[in-house]
Design a protein around this ligand. Structure first.
Ligand SMILES: NC(=O)C1=CN([C@@H]2O[C@H](COP(=O)(O)OP(=O)(O)OC[C@H]3O[C@@H](n4cnc5c(N)ncnc54)[C@H](OP(=O)(O)O)[C@@H]3O)[C@@H](O)[C@H]2O)C=CC1
Ligand SMILES: CC(=O)N[C@@H](CCC(=O)OP(=O)(O)O)C(=O)O
Length: 328
């Protein structure tokens, strides 16, 4: 039986990637697409390669006038979802790709590779942000295994420009501005700090008070690399092999996480729902460097959203997500 899905924000980068994945999903039927300025257009006008869904018309987003849907993916600018999604009928499950419902009562934080069982019974899922997806994927095994101090973590992360969205708008994301440029932003106050801190505390059972997170914009289209500096408990003598083995056990049987001996590259994940994690430890200095790589539009947005939708609709977790990454 097919599962009727809708995508609001379909013309954007997150919504467009959700469309691509749902169009190729074995049991999802894309029955509704919506937006604001793109409403009235056919999908083929925005996505010339979309194929059989090309004649579907983008509706003006109105949560009170939805067709019958099993799942709605919301990929709206953060701030635009809160009131609107409250008006969606209870019988329609929601995966919110934006940031309005993370760690909000009534919503389940959809960290799908780490706690799938907590997600299966949810009808309202808040998809993790793109930086948290890369960061928490790498940290979760070390925190759960008590190999590092949760209160003493420094995250240095880099993102491709599509992280800012298609409507990212102003000239600071234009080719001339970003090409051959590299810059930090959001210092000490990026919007993803709270969800990273809350998840560190949840997985470790300790305080995440010392968290430092600095994102950077780099001139590539897709991809996130989080390089994370962690302290082990003094004298614990944690080794690289111990970190790798802990992560291999933590993710044993999980389909979308690859634990690698070598430092990961952003290109390894491009176009996929994969997370790559790796570690380097210096037992003499009580230091672990954890590394996480995702595609910001894959595990960082639409890939994890489809994984969550699979979990809440009882589909195989990997349905529609088994494509291997683009290379090169
Ligand atoms: N880009 C990324 O890597 C990631 C993005 N996210 C989050 O996902 C969400 C979407 O981001 P992204 O796809 O990048 O953004 P885009 O700017 O690419 O797309 C935004 C979409 O929202 C639609 N929209 C804007 N305002 C309204 C409105 N009032 N009513 C209906 N539709 C509206 C636009 O439709 P139209 O064109 O029709 O006006 C467009 O389809 C954001 O919350 C973002 O933070 C999360 C993880 C990663
Ligand atoms: C390059 C760039 O600007 N990236 C965005 C990614 C944030 C994002 O997608 O945030 P939510 O999912 O939390 O809305 C940023 O750093 O704000």
């Amino acid at each position: 039986m097919s599962i009727r899905v809708g995508i609001v924000g379909v013309s954007g980068y997150g919504g467009g990637e959700a469309l691509r994945l749902c169009a190729n999903h074995p049991s999802f039927e894309v029955a509704y697409v919506a937006g604001e300025s793109s409403s009235g257009s056919k999908l083929i006008e925005k996505f010339p390669g979309i194929g059989r869904l090309g004649d579907l018309i983008i509706q003006k987003w109105d949560p009170t006038a939805l067709p019958k849907l099993d799942v709605l993916f919301a990929s709206l600018p953060t701030g635009a979802s809160k009131d609107a999604l409250a008006a969606v009928p209870a019988g329609t499950k929601i995966v919110d790709i934006g940031g309005d419902h993370r760690y909000v009562d009534g919503w389940t934080y959809g960290l799908a590779d780490v706690w799938p069982e907590q997600i299966k019974s949810a009808s309202r899922v808040a998809n993790p942000g793109c930086y948290p997806a890369a960061t928490l994927g790498a940290l979760a095994p070390l925190l759960a295994g008590k190999l590092i101090e949760p209160g003493n973590i420094i995250v240095d992360a880099k993102t491709g420009v599509s992280g800012a969205g298609r409507g990212g708008g102003d000239s600071k994301f234009s080719y001339a501005e970003v090409n051959e440029d590299l810059s930090p932003y959001g210092l000490l106050k990026h919007t993803h700090m709270p969800e990273i801190a809350a998840t560190i505390a949840k997985v470790s059972g300790g305080s995440s008070a010392g968290l430092i997170f600095t994102p950077h914009l780099v001139p590539m289209t897709r991809g996130i690399l989080a390089t994370i500096y962690c302290r082990t408990h003094p004298g614990a003598g944690v080794t690289t092999e111990q970190c790798l083995e802990t992560a291999r056990k933590f993710y044993a049987g999980r389909p979308f996480v690859r634990v690698t001996d070598k430092p990961p590259h952003t290109k390894w994940a491009m176009g996929s729902n994969l997370t790559f994690v790796s570690y380097a430890a210096d037992p003499e200095r009580n230091l672990v460097i954890a590394m996480g790589v995702v595609d910001n539009l894959g595990k960082g947005a639409a890939g994890q959203a489809v994984q969550n939708a699979n979990l809440i609709t009882g589909q195989p977790e990997t349905a529609g997500l088994e494509g291997t990454p683009l290379w090169p």
